[in-house]
Design a protein around this ligand. Structure first.
Ligand code: PLP
Length: 398
């Protein structure tokens, strides 16, 4: 049950926004444990356990730094530790979060070189190739892309971005925001030779908001030695130094770290490939339902469909915000709002983290009933299509 609700409602709230996501009971129970001495011997052991297991989720053998902040802090850490004032950074306006990151880069004194998109695709590897080709003097010091644009439901194909960077023989760092993709979609920090992966706790990592992460390559660490942007709280060196013994340079978010330890265990017990397959199935079930309803998927390229969030456009003249409000009131379910240029034109179904087939069916049921109540034109039967797909899929796996 939600901690705070202003009217009496029975049953569990359906939190189907694309993060914060639902926190499993096992993680909640871990978080509920008493604080411990963060300088004591046991904390060092716990810290070491977490710092050695977390990299498995990023598929890296290098370090992953943990900050007590939301994902925005990890964006800042990634830029501030690797870049210097006036550095050019190549970024793509793929959606709301990419644009917030651009704004941060400007405020930090960087010079973003921007590539526009229609908010219906990921960053275009060919456009990145063209920009890198033009940059003979290697002024661009980092290519910063959002893996899963949580606002649009489109992913950027990181392997293809890496390939064009290699083909151009460009030395820029590759910095990736994997905030809503980590632990939902296959992500390979080392194999894709990403230099900094930025992520956060409140999406498919199944924790409340409050922790953020930087996975860093050796190249990024080397860059941090000469980078001149000021940093203090988010300084990698201070953190890495003391992390070696399992401790943190300031009071860590102890409860969230208990939860993180438990969440990592759950992900590894399920097996990352199974976790990804589960999310893929949820994405496909949503799209099948939407296609029967006659709602258009905001993401246009099937290679770029997100497995953690589906952004659906509502018919012209029909308010997505009204639909969300009706669903919240009548069925006690929160769906993601359309952000930025698609505000009121789209809504988002979050299907990431701790959910199963029945959670998804309930979610889709809420959408279909909501459309009926709100008088939004649609064809009934989307939920049925999702049921058939999920049952067929389960049968095939049996
Ligand atoms: N990047 C992406 C892709 C996100 O989805 C979000 C938040 O939803 C952020 C960055 C910002 O993270 P936070 O709100 O945790 O600071």
């Amino acid at each position: 049950m939600a901690y705070y609700q202003s009217r009496p409602v029975a049953g569990r709230h359906f939190l189907q926004i694309p993060g914060p996501s639902n926190v499993p009971d096992r993680v909640l129970r871990a978080i509920g444990n008493a604080s411990m001495d963060h300088r004591g011997e046991d904390f060092g052991k716990l810290g070491t356990e977490i710092l050695t297991s977390l990299p498995k989720i990023f598929k890296t053998v290098g370090p992953v730094l943990i900050f007590p902040s939301s994902g925005t802090g990890a964006w800042e850490a990634a830029l501030a530790n690797t870049l210097s004032p006036g550095d050019a950074v190549l970024m793509a306006r793929t959606g709301q979060f990419a644009m917030l990151w651009e704004d941060m880069a400007r405020r930090l004194g960087l010079q973003p070189v921007m590539m526009d998109t229609d908010w219906r695709h990921g960053a275009d590897p060919n456009a990145i190739a063209a920009e890198l080709e033009k940059d003979k003097a290697h002024k661009i010091k980092a290519v910063c892309v959002v893996h899963c644009e949580t606002s649009t439901g489109c992913i950027t194909r990181i392997q293809d971005v890496r390939a064009v960077m290699d083909a151009a023989k460009h030395p820029a760092l590759l910095v990736v925001d994997a905030i809503s993709s980590l632990a939902a979609m296959d992500y390979r920090h080392d194999n894709w030779r990403v230099d900094v992966t930025v992520s956060g706790s409140q999406k498919a990592m199944m924790l409340p908001p409050g922790l953020s992460f930087n996975a860093v390559s050796e190249k990024a660490l080397a860059a941090s030695k000469t980078a001149r942007l000021p940093r203090a709280y988010f300084d990698w060196q201070a953190m890495l130094e003391i992390n070696r013994t399992g401790y943190f340079p300031y009071t860590p978010a102890i409860g969230l770290l208990y939860g993180l330890n438990e969440a990592i265990k759950m992900l590894l017990e399920e097996g990352l490939d199974n976790v990804f397959a589960r999310h893929d199935r949820f994405g496909e079930a949503c799209r099948r339902a939407a296609s029967v309803w006659g709602l258009e998927n905001n993401c246009l390229d099937p290679r770029e469909f997100s497995a953690s969030v589906t952004t659906l456009r509502t018919p012209d003249g029909h308010s997505a915000n009204n639909l969300r409000a009706v669903i919240a009131e009548k069925f006690n379910m929160s769906l993601g709002t359309g952000l930025g240029v698609i505000n009121d034109k789209a809504f988002r179904i979050g299907h990431l983290g701790d959910l199963n087939d029945l959670t998804l069916v309930g979610t889709l049921g809420g959408v279909e009933m909501g459309m009926a109540v709100a008088g939004m034109p649609h064809k009934a039967g989307g939920v049925q299509a999702a049921l058939e797909y999920l049952a067929g899929n389960a049968r095939a796996a049996a």
